[in-house]
Design a protein. Structure first.
Length: 236
């Protein structure tokens, strides 16, 4: 992601070269990088909760655009990629507490979420070069859950936990607020603060608790609060 910031800074440095006068922007495209904070069941680590996602905080990368329908309403589109670490430390501690000396350990992967969101934003002017944009969006979402394995090297211990990694399709959404500060005629800083998530069904997930294997559909509910720094190029 360091490369992304270098590219964005380079593009921003070209603003005076492309600057024009006397025209309002018709549409814009941009990129954003930031943090996604897991919420609700998605971030729960209770093994007895079938909806627990064990998701830690993660990162998000947006490629976005907007078309100004008029002076107030903007049609928006966003492709969003999110990745979340998986929290299994508490699970390992619980297994070790129930089986002293068993030295449980585990391995896991990351959540991966891809969303394509179409929506609208409404402009609220604060002063000449600074505006607020309440926004909403909805669209298709693809989710890959992480594989999780927890076990002990002690063959006498029957306790273990594992969940297979699979992918599913669902519906994503977002709502929140964006800020816009113009940097000359062509560039703007557009940080966003949004709640996003969605619902997806991941089929044929194998979950093994001790010696009990269950193959089932995993109805996952993604929930996160996102913030990020964005830069956009405005087309006249």
């Amino acid at each position: 992601m360091k490369t992304l910031f270098i590219v964005l800074l380079f593009v921003a440095s070209l603003s005076p070269i492309f600057a024009q006068t006397g025209q309002d922007a018709k549409f814009y495209i941009g990129a954003s990088y930031g943090t996604s904070f897991s919420l609700g069941d998605f971030g729960d680590t209770d093994i007895s909760n079938p909806d627990a996602g064990f998701a830690d905080n993660g990162n998000k990368l947006d490629l976005f655009g907007g078309y100004f329908l008029n002076n107030k309403v903007t049609l928006t589109g966003t492709f969003r990629y999110q990745t979340f670490d998986t929290k299994i430390g508490n699970l390992i501690e619980e297994f070790n507490a129930d089986n002293p000396g068993s030295n449980f350990s585990g391995s896991t992967e990351d959540w991966n979420v891809y969303s394509l969101l179409v929506g609208a934003a409404y402009k609220i002017n604060i002063y000449k070069k600074f505006s607020l944009f309440p926004r909403v969006g909805v669209g298709p979402m693809v989710v890959s859950n992480p594989g999780i394995t927890i076990s002990s090297p002690d063959d006498a211990v029957a306790q273990s936990f594992s969940r297979s990694s699979e992918s599913g399709i669902g519906v994503g959404y977002e709502f929140g607020i964006g800020l816009k500060t113009d940097l000359g005629k062509h560039f703007a800083l557009m940080p966003t603060f949004t709640f996003s998530g969605g619902f997806a069904t991941i089929t044929d997930v194998n979950t093994t608790t001790d010696t009990l294997l269950i193959n089932s559909n995993y109805d996952v509910k993604i929930q996160s609060f996102n913030l990020g720094l964005s830069i956009a190029y405005k087309f006249q």
